[in-house]
Design a protein around this ligand. Structure first.
Ligand SMILES: *[C@@H]1O[C@H](CO)[C@@H](O)[C@H](O)[C@H]1NC(C)=O
Ligand SMILES: *[C@@H]1O[C@H](CO)[C@@H](O)[C@H](O)[C@H]1NC(C)=O
Ligand SMILES: *[C@@H]1O[C@H](CO)[C@@H](O)[C@H](O)[C@H]1NC(C)=O
Ligand SMILES: *[C@@H]1O[C@H](CO)[C@@H](O)[C@H](O)[C@H]1NC(C)=O
Ligand SMILES: *[C@@H]1O[C@H](CO)[C@@H](O)[C@H](O)[C@H]1NC(C)=O
Ligand SMILES: *[C@@H]1O[C@H](CO)[C@@H](O)[C@H](O)[C@H]1NC(C)=O
Ligand SMILES: *[C@@H]1O[C@H](CO)[C@@H](O)[C@H](O)[C@H]1NC(C)=O
Ligand SMILES: *[C@@H]1O[C@H](CO)[C@@H](O)[C@H](O)[C@H]1NC(C)=O
Ligand SMILES: [Zn+2]
Length: 511
C-alpha cells in the first residue's frame, strides 16, 4: 500500500511498540508469599475493603452482578477506537445503556481529540505513562495527567486509574500514584484459578493492609506492605486454558496459543474463555476482564491483518456472556463505584455509575467539545513530524515531554489562543474558542479538583492556555510564564509557587 511520507513516520514507531505487553506464564502470588491479614472490623466500605474472594458488602453471590471489565492500553488513534468499537459499538448492558470501558492512555502517537471524544462518550480515561515506560518515574505519571488535561480536556478529577506499561511496577510506583491523587492501580495479575483454594482472584481491595497480589514478583510488597489507606488495587483476572493453573492468559488471550499448542486456535481460546468465565460466574462472581491492546485487532491500521476468525470469536464470547443473566460490561471506574457501594442486582437501577450518560447540549451549538459532529472545521492540527495530532485546545509550541508536559500554546499570527477546560466547566459544555461555558443550570454544574502533580508536589488546576511550569522541573527552579527561570532556595519554592498560582488564577489561569 502506498503511504504519504508523513503517515509513514506516524506509523512506524507504533509497529515497534507492538511487542507483547503484559503476558504471564504462571502464578504470580500465593497465600504464603502474600502473608496477608486484614481486620474486617476496622476496614469498612466505601473507603476500605479487605482483599477477599467473597463479594463486597456481605452479598450472596446470587445477588451479585457479573462484571466483565473491558480495557484498552496505549495510544488512542482512529485505528484503536475502531478496533474497540467492533466489539462494543453494537452492545447494550441490561439497562439499555451502551457499555463503557477504560482506556489506559499513553501519549506517544495519541491523537488527542479522540481522547476527548471517547471521554465525552462516557468512557474512562486512565493513565499509562507519557512514553510507555516500566517502573515509571514521577514525571511520566504526572505529566500524562497534565497533558491529558491540557490537550484532551480531561478533568483532573476524572483521571483516577493507572496501569503500568508491561505491568512493570514497584512499591514506589504505588506510592507515586497515591501522592498524585489516584484512586486505583490495575497492574497486578490474579493468576491462580478461582477454583483453587489458594486463589488470588480477590475482589478489588484497598491497600490499608498491604498488597495481596503479585507477591512472587515484587520486592518489599505483601506481608502487610505497602500500607496505602483508601488506595485500591483492581486485580487483572487471568483466563486459564485446559492446563489449568499452568495455562494462564492475561492480556490479549486471543494472541496466545492455547493448551500448549504452537499456533493460535480460536475455538480453543473461546472454549477456555467460556470455562473461566463460568468458574467466576458460578462461584463468587469475581469480575473477569478483557484486557486488550486494540491495535492488534485493528482492521484499518496499515500492516496489521487480524484474522476475521479471531475478531468473530471475541464477539461470540461477548454475545454468549451477555446472554447469561446479570452480566454487565463495564469500565474499572464503574466496577469500583459498585464495589464501594454494593447493592444486589435487584437495585442496580439506583447505581448512578451504571446509568447512560449523554450530555444535554443545544445541538445547534457548533463548539469543539468532544462531540465529533459539532467539531467540523474547529479542530487544530498539530503537525509534529513524528506524531501529528488533533486537539480542540490549541497546539503546543513543542510536543509535550516528561520535562515539559504543557508547553506554551502556539498561537497563529492574527489568531487567538484557545482556552483550556477550566475548573468550573465540564468538557462537553466548554467552548475553547469563545472561552465560554454553555452550562447554565445546576444539572450540569461542575467543579474539578486540584492535584499535587506540579514540581515539588505543588497543586495544579486546569484552565489557562498552556505554558505552566513542567511537572518535573528541577526542584529549586520555578519557570514562570515569561519563560525566565528563577532559582529559589529549597522549601521557599513550593510556598512561592502556590502564592503565584493563586495570583494568576482568573488572570491567565494555569496548566
Ligand atoms: C445464596 O443464595 C442461594 C440461591 O438463592 C441460596 O441457595 C444460598 O443458601 C444462599 N447462601 C447464603 C449464605 O445465604
Ligand atoms: C485523528 O483525529 C482526526 C479528527 O477526529 C481524524 O480525522 C483522524 O483520522 C485521526 N487520525 C488518527 C490516526 O487517529
Ligand atoms: C515518544 O515520543 C518521543 C517524542 O517523539 C520520542 O523521543 C520517544 O522516543 C518516544 N518514546 C517511545 C517509547 O516511543
Ligand atoms: C521494569 O522497568 C525497569 C525500568 O524501565 C527496567 O529496568 C526493568 O528491567 C523492568 N523489569 C522487567 C521485569 O521488565
Ligand atoms: C482447535 O481447538 C478445537 C477445540 O479445542 C479442537 O477441536 C480442534 O481440533 C483444534 N484445531 C486444531 C487445528 O488443533
Ligand atoms: C473479513 O471480513 C470482512 C467483512 O466481513 C471481509 O470483507 C473480508 O474479506 C474478510 N477477510 C477474510 C480474510 O476473510
Ligand atoms: C467559572 O469561573 C469563572 C472565573 O472565576 C467565572 O467567570 C465563570 O462565571 C464561572 N463559570 C461558571 C459556569 O460557573
Ligand atoms: C494541595 O491541596 C490539598 C487539598 O486541597 C492540600 O491538602 C495540600 O496541602 C495541597 N498541597 C500543597 C503542596 O499545597
Ligand atoms: Zn502498554
Amino acid at each position: 500500500m502506498w503511504l504519504p511520507l508523513s503517515l509513514v513516520f506516524f506509523l512506524l514507531p507504533i509497529l515497534q511498540a507492538l511487542a507483547q505487553d503484559g503476558s504471564i506464564s504462571g502464578a504470580t502470588s500465593s497465600s504464603a508469599a502474600a502473608g496477608y491479614s486484614c481486620d474486617a472490623s476496622k476496614c469498612k466500605l466505601p473507603n476500605c475493603n479487605c482483599a477477599s474472594t467473597s463479594p463486597p458488602g456481605g452479598l450472596n453471590a446470587s445477588e451479585v452482578p457479573m462484571f466483565v471489565v473491558f480495557t484498552a492500553d496505549d495510544a488512542v488513534q482512529s485505528y484503536t477506537i475502531d478496533a474497540v468499537n467492533q466489539f462494543l459499538g453494537h452492545r447494550q448492558n441490561p439497562n439499555g445503556c451502551a457499555p463503557k470501558m477504560t482506556y489506559f492512555t499513553s501519549l506517544n502517537f495519541t491523537n488527542y481529540t479522540l481522547v476527548t471524544d471517547w471521554f465525552v462518550a462516557g468512557n474512562e480515561i486512565a493513565d499509562h505513562t507519557m512514553t510507555h515506560v516500566g517502573t515509571p518515574p514521577k514525571g511520566e505519571i504526572d505529566g500524562n495527567i497534565i497533558a491529558l488535561n491540557a490537550l484532551a480536556g480531561i478533568p483532573l478529577k476524572s483521571i483516577i486509574g493507572f496501569r503500568a506499561p508491561f505491568l512493570n511496577f514497584s512499591v514506589d510506583t504505588l506510592k507515586l500514584l497515591v501522592a498524585a491523587g489516584f484512586t486505583y492501580d490495575s497492574s497486578a495479575p490474579a493468576a491462580t484459578p478461582v477454583t483453587d483454594p489458594d486463589t488470588d482472584a480477590f475482589w478489588p481491595y484497598t491497600l490499608d493492609f498491604g498488597l495481596a497480589n503479585d507477591c512472587l514478583a515484587l520486592d518489599n510488597a505483601c506481608k502487610g506492605q505497602p500500607v496505602l489507606p483508601g488506595f485500591w488495587e483492581i486485580p487483572m483476572y487471568a483466563f486459564f486454558d485446559e492446563r489449568g493453573a499452568v495455562g494462564p492468559h492475561l492480556m490479549d488471550p486471543w494472541l496466545d496459543a492455547a493448551n500448549g499448542a504452537t499456533t493460535v486456535n480460536d475455538s480453543a481460546t473461546l472454549e477456555y474463555m467460556k470455562a473461566t468465565f463460568m468458574a467466576h460466574y458460578n462461584g463468587n462472581r469475581q469480575p473477569i476482564g478483557l484486557y486488550t491492546h486494540p491495535i492488534h485487532l485493528s482492521t484499518t491500521y496499515p500492516g496489521v491483518n487480524p484474522s476475521n476468525s479471531t475478531i468473530n470469536m471475541i464477539n461470540q464470547f461477548l454475545d454468549w456472556a451477555q446472554v447469561q443473566p446479570n452480566v454487565w460490561i463495564v469500565s474499572n471506574e464503574q466496577l469500583l463505584a459498585w464495589v464501594q457501594n454494593p447493592v444486589p442486582v435487584s437495585q442496580l437501577d439506583s447505581v448512578a455509575a451504571l446509568k447512560c450518560s449523554t450530555p444535554q447540549i443545544d445541538a445547534s451549538m457548533k463548539i469543539c467539545n468532544g462531540i465529533p459532529q459539532n467539531e467540523n472545521g474547529l479542530l487544530n492540527l498539530c503537525s509534529f513530524s513524528d506524531f501529528p495530532f488533533y486537539t480542540c485546545y490549541g497546539c503546543p509550541e513543542s510536543e509535550p515531554t516528561v520535562d515539559n508536559p504543557n508547553p506554551a500554546q502556539q498561537v497563529p499570527d492574527g489568531g487567538q489562543a484557545r482556552s483550556r477546560v477550566p475548573t468550573n466547566c465540564s468538557t462537553a459544555f466548554w467552548d475553547p474558542i469563545a472561552a465560554k461555558c454553555l452550562c447554565t443550570s445546576n444539572d450540569c454544574a461542575f467543579t474539578d479538583n486540584s492535584r499535587a502533580i506540579g514540581p515539588n508536589g505543588a497543586n495544579l488546576t486546569g484552565g489557562g492556555t498552556g505554558g505552566a511550569p513542567g511537572a518535573s522541573a528541577s526542584p529549586t527552579t520555578y519557570v514562570p510564564f515569561n519563560g525566565k527561570a528563577v532559582a529559589l532556595p529549597t522549601g521557599v519554592w513550593a510556598a512561592t509557587f502556590v502564592g503565584v498560582l493563586g495570583a494568576l488564577v482568573g488572570l491567565v489561569g494555569l496548566l
